[in-house]
Design a protein around this ligand. Structure first.
Ligand code: NAP
Length: 251
């Protein structure tokens, strides 16, 4: 059974992943700012003795090392580190009008935290079994639709690709799971939310990576590979189509 750290475990994909991994017998360090939600999660499992709660704001650089050390000291090693915590912003406000502090927070949570997690976790991952880092990206890290959010998710894709090459000599693998729209708190205010799949669809892929080893990039649901492919071969067409959609939204 693996020792797994999950950031952003208080809701959505992170919470569902934590529950699934706990039910399968793994040991977890779960982290987020909302400690009440983390405590509730533990109560909903029968694995309290295998779950460590580590409250953390990953926008604070020191939090990543504190999280890694808390998990490492409790379990003696880390086998899997999952960078899942993420934030976005409403579509209705143009991102260039957001307060600089808000922009700073989005970049810190979505991008800087995964970067800093590597140095924080590596000493403990080196003690782990088949150690791996799993970054949660997004389809919008392939097909950019939302300035700051897409930029952070493109960034995490480049980071993961480089990590896979740079960390191979350390025996640590790196993967990325890129969801399309999924029904969570992050998408609660979007149109069509009731038509979105639930987080379970992403959890299945994460559990698969944890238990059967690393793959490069997992896009989920798989049908999002079509727009990703289209964006690669016909970017002008995608510019036109998404440009029309945005124009219709602002009319
Ligand atoms: N839902 C989708 O359609 C979708 C699509 C593509 C990618 N994703 C990605 O999937 C990941 C999970 O998102 P979700 O959909 O499950 O959203 P969610 O339900 O809103 O969960 C986000 C999680 O991130 C945590 N978080 C936010 N800011 C944090 C901070 N400063 N420090 C620590 N934790 C923080 C939240 O916990 P606290 O508020 O308690 O701190 C929460 O647990 C994100 O990386 C997101 O970008 C989601």
């Amino acid at each position: 059974m693996a020792v797994i750290v999950i950031t952003g475990a208080s809701s959505g994909i992170g919470e569902a992943t934590a529950k699934a991994l706990a039910a399968r017998g793994h040991s977890l360090a779960i982290s987020a700012r909302r400690t009440d939600r983390l405590k509730q999660l533990v109560q909903e499992t029968d694995a309290a003795d295998r779950i460590l709660i580590v409250p953390a704001d990953v926008a604070e650089p020191a939090a990543l090392k504190a999280l890694a050390d808390a998990a490492g000291e409790r379990f003696g090693r880390i086998d899997v580190w999952i960078n899942n915590a993420g934030v976005s912003y409403p579509d209705k406000v143009p991102w260039w009008e957001l307060e600089p502090e808000r922009v700073d927070n989005i970049v810190r949570v979505n991008f800087l935290a995964p970067i800093l997690s590597v140095g924080a976790a590596l000493p403990w991952l080196k003690k782990g079994k088949n150690p791996q880092i799993i970054n949660i990206g997004s389809v919008s890290g392939f097909v950019a639709v939302k300035g700051i959010y897409s930029a952070t998710k493109f960034g995490i894709r480049g980071l993961t690709e480089a990590m896979r090459r740079e960390l191979a000599s350390e025996g640590v693998s790196a993967s990325m799971v890129s969801p399309g729209y999924v029904r969570t708190e992050l998408t609660a205010n979007r149109d069509q939310v009731s038509n979105m799949p639930g987080p379970e669809i992403v959890v299945k892929e994460i559990v698969n990576l944890v238990e059967h080893g690393a793959r490069r990039n997992v896009v989920v649901p798989g049908y999002y590979r079509v727009p990703i492919w289209l964006n690669t071969v016909l970017p002008g067409f995608v510019d036109f189509a998404l440009g029309r959609r945005n124009a219709a939204k602002t009319r």
